[in-house]
Design a binder for this molecule. Structure first.
Ligand code: FAD
Length: 379
């Protein structure tokens, strides 16, 4: 950068949260720039399940998730990445899990959740038959391709006039100014959407919240299923993961039983779930290890557990692992979002648990409307 550039809106971080802010700001006719330290999106936004897990959220997150649903579908159409209105299936392998599903469906109604009996779930999900007692279908959930969604949105935003500064790090902030590794950029409004790296830019804010990095084991594999899995799949562990299930009477029973029966899975904070990919593979995950700095040494134990529980669930003896990787997102006790304005016009927007794909579009809509006003969107 030779002379100082000036934009209405500068977004720091080209993950899905940053791209969603750039999208909504651009929709409001603002000049927008995105600053990203890597040469492409390479953070949590390309390492996840691609599951817009709308229904299992509660409160603020549920509002963001619902508000973002149509924007995901619109962006999929405009930017040209794969998405599907599949809904989510959940399989119950114990009566207490089915009890949670009945309670959830009763609380939410049939547009959100439908309980399935044993033969219905086994007709829809290619699980082994042993121990299955029923299931649930959440019709409103979406899937996107996590590998291509963020890169495609970035390409499309660039095409419609958003300026990207790739391989450029934001270093510090002043009102109306972002100092970067390639010079200063003027910004009327700045959104800092750098996920867990927010602790490198605003340690005073994150120390107070005990923000950490959460590292996850993930794999992509070919599993010889009795028929293809058509939707994301939750297990009993999922009922302990999402806030929508938190206050149901039977959730504690599921937690107590799973933790008592599987202490070794509890130690790695297992969440057994799956998303089918358009190429026929399954994304399989995950585990959760929370530390301030993520260890570079990823134990095989987490992958072994994922393979073991997957073989048992689908009643298969072989799994052909195509890729293994570590995902990282920010986590803070008892909190799903970190939203602050540390300087006038400079907004921190961080999703502090693993729901950024689900909530990013609606979260960004809310923070852009608050910062820029709820002006009508341009076509
Ligand atoms: C394994 C895994 C599975 C998950 N599954 C799901 C799921 O199925 N559904 C769901 O809703 N959520 C899921 N999540 C969570 C979701 O992926 C994240 O919440 C979301 O991607 C966070 O988006 P982000 O844009 O904040 O972060 P990121 O995608 O990490 O982007 C942050 C960007 O900021 C950049 N950056 C950092 N510092 C600077 C700087 N100083 N200057 C410039 N750039 C900077 C980084 O390089 C990075 O590109 C999952 C997460 C993981 C890890």
């Amino acid at each position: 950068m030779t002379s100082r550039k000036q934009f209405d809106v500068v977004v720091v971080g080209a993950g899905i949260v940053g791209l969603a802010h750039a999208y909504h700001a651009h929709q409001r006719g603002r000049t927008v720039a995105v600053i990203e330290q890597n040469d492409r999106a390479a953070g949590a936004s390309v390492r996840n399940f691609g599951h817009a897990c709308i229904t299992a959220q509660s409160d603020l997150a549920l509002g963001f998730a619902r508000a973002g649903r149509d924007h995901w579908l619109e962006l999929s159409r405009r930017a040209g990445f794969w998405s599907a209105e599949t809904g989510t299936h959940a399989i119950a392998r114990h009566d207490d899990e089915l009890a949670v599903m009945h309670e959830f469906a009763a609380a939410r109604g049939p547009d959100d959740a439908r309980v399935l009996n044993r033969s219905e779930i086994l007709d829809r999900v290619p699980a082994g038959r042993t121990g299955v007692v029923g299931g649930m279908y959440l019709p409103a959930d979406l899937q996107v391709d996590p590998r291509t969604a963020a890169p495609a949105i970035a390409r499309w935003l660039e095409f419609v006039g958003v300026q990207f500064f790739w391989h450029t790090s934001a270093i510090s902030f002043e009102p109306g100014l972002v100092r970067t590794s390639r010079g200063d950029i003027g910004a009327d409004t700045t959104f800092i959407t750098v996920n867990h790296d927010i602790d490198r830019l605003f340690p005073d804010v994150t120390d107070d919240l005990a923000l950490q990095r959460c590292a996850l084991h993930m794999m992509k594999a070919v599993v010889p299923l009795r028929f293809p899995l058509a939707t994301p799949l939750f297990t009993g562990w999922s009922l302990l993961r999402y806030s929508g299930f938190d206050d149901l009477p039977s959730t504690t029973r599921v937690a107590e039983r799973l933790h008592r029966t599987y202490p070794e899975y509890t130690a790695i904070d297992l969440h057994q779930m799956y998303t089918p990919q358009p190429d026929g593979t399954l994304l399989i995950g995950d585990t959760h290890i929370r530390e301030l700095s993520t260890s570079p040494f990823q134990s095989e134990d987490g992958f072994d557990v994922l393979l073991e529980v997957t073989k048992e669930l689908f009643d298969v003896t072989t799994i052909d692992v195509v890729e293994r990787w570590q995902g990282v997102y920010s986590t803070a006790p008892g909190r799903e979002f970190l939203l602050r304005e540390p300087l006038p016009g400079t907004h921190i927007v961080t999703v502090t648990t693993g729901i950024g794909m689900t909530t990013s579009m609606g979260l960004a809509l809310s923070s852009v409307e608050k910062a820029l006003g709820a002006t009508a969107a341009v076509a």
